[in-house]
Design a protein around this ligand. Structure first.
Ligand code: ZN
Length: 374
């Protein structure tokens, strides 16, 4: 009996030793020692298994230094390099090549990092003198393109208000603004000829109403009319307190890929008898966007007709011109609406009436309906 018990103990000890060396996960049915060392890894409950898998893995790796050190000395999983990578996202920098690795920093989008090793999934980098790792999918050897610095409009406060409901997108530019900006800008992309960024516009000869104010009121009515008809709308401005040039207004409409751009203005002439509505577009030879002449001409035609039908205004003409920055910078069909002459007493009084302004907005919307064949 004594011998048998001794033998049994020996077998137990050997089993434990074997378990420790191999790191095998065998149910610890024999002996309390094994149970203590491996911990509650092998519960029957599947939930308990899930909870303990992580610590079990750690025990295996830490208790087997032989295997670990062999791996390190014979095979570095990272191919050594010495170059630069750029982050394509806000990217965590970790102390180990694993999502469990401690986060020791972060790379901003486009930020450069000195790469020291290429792994299967992870890249090794030098991070302020520390060996660190980032996930390889989110870095690139080529520097990502700079964000659109050419188009500043998003930075202009109070501009570019989007009402997106999935319909055709009409950009509405209520011409001018509270304060003129006489700084110069090119009249078109790449042009050497310069023009004032934005003027303050005209004003009513009788009413004294500033043009930027009239333009905004009609534009807001037009916005509501278009939204009611199922269009999406991009408002270049909804207040007079902006500072956005004519070129920037066009670029803003371009940026949102508007289907049509309507620039709302009122006219003025030294001949106070001049009256009536007109629209404008580029010529077919416009060096910047002559390719947009055909749709812009049709748009101008239909909107002018819509206005005259809705308001009874005299139909003057469609002017084709390549002198307008706000047209030349367009990459989308565009029309300038000159609703009437504020220099004409009769028309100035009409334009001051709320009913006339609403009719004007409805007329522009009717023209857009025809343009989009709705
Ligand atoms: Zn104007």
């Amino acid at each position: 009996m004594k011998n048998m018990r001794y033998g049994y103990r020996l077998i137990c000890v050997m089993l434990v030793l074997l378990l420790c060396l191999s790191g095998c996960k065998v149910p610890a049915s024999s002996g309390e020692t094994t149970q203590e060392q491996t911990g509650p890894i092998f519960g029957d409950d599947s939930k308990e298994n899930e909870e303990t898998t992580a610590s079990g893995t750690e025990i295996v790796t830490t208790e087997d230094p032989t295997e670990e050190s062999t791996e390190e000395s014979t095979e570095d999983p990272f191919t050594p390099v010495n170059d630069t990578v750029y982050s394509l996202a806000s990217l965590n920098v970790r102390a180990e090549p694993s999502t469990d690795g401690e986060i020791i920093g972060a790379l901003k989008v486009g930020e450069a990092a000195a790469r020291t090793g290429i792994g299967d999934e992870w890249m090794r980098i030098d991070y302020f003198g520390h060996v660190a790792y980032v996930y390889g999918e989110y870095v690139s050897e080529t520097k990502p393109a700079e964000p659109e610095t050419q188009v500043p409009p998003t930075a202009v406060e109070g501009t570019g208000i989007l009402y997106d409901n999935g319909g055709y997108l009409v950009a509405i530019d209520p011409g001018h603004q509270g304060k003129a900006n006489s700084d110069k800008e090119p009249v078109g992309p790449g042009a050497t000829e310069l023009k004032a960024k934005v003027s303050s516009g005209t004003q009513g000869v009788v009413t004294g109403i500033p043009e930027h104010e009239l333009n905004l009121v009609v534009s807001l009515y037009l916005r509501d009319e278009l939204l009611a008809r199922g269009y999406s709308v991009l408002m270049i401005r909804e207040t007079k307190d902006v500072n956005i040039s004519n070129a920037e207004r066009a670029q803003l409409a371009n940026k949102y890929k508007a289907d049509a751009f309507v620039r709302v203005h009122a006219n003025s002439h030294s001949n106070t008898a001049a009256k009536g509505a007109l629209t404008m577009c580029m010529t077919s030879h416009n060096p910047y966007n002559g390719n947009l002449y055909a749709p812009s001409r049709v748009l101008s035609q239909l909107v002018l007709q819509g206005i005259c039908d809705a308001t009874g205004a005299a139909k003057k003409e469609i002017i084709e011109t390549d002198t307008m920055s706000g047209i030349n910078w367009c990459e989308i069909p565009v029309t300038i609406v000159e609703m009437g002459f504020m220099s004409n007493a009769e028309e100035d009084r009409e334009l001051a009436k709320d009913s006339y302004r609403r009719a004007m907005a409805k007329g522009i919307a009717d023209g857009l309906d025809k343009y989009f064949d709705r």
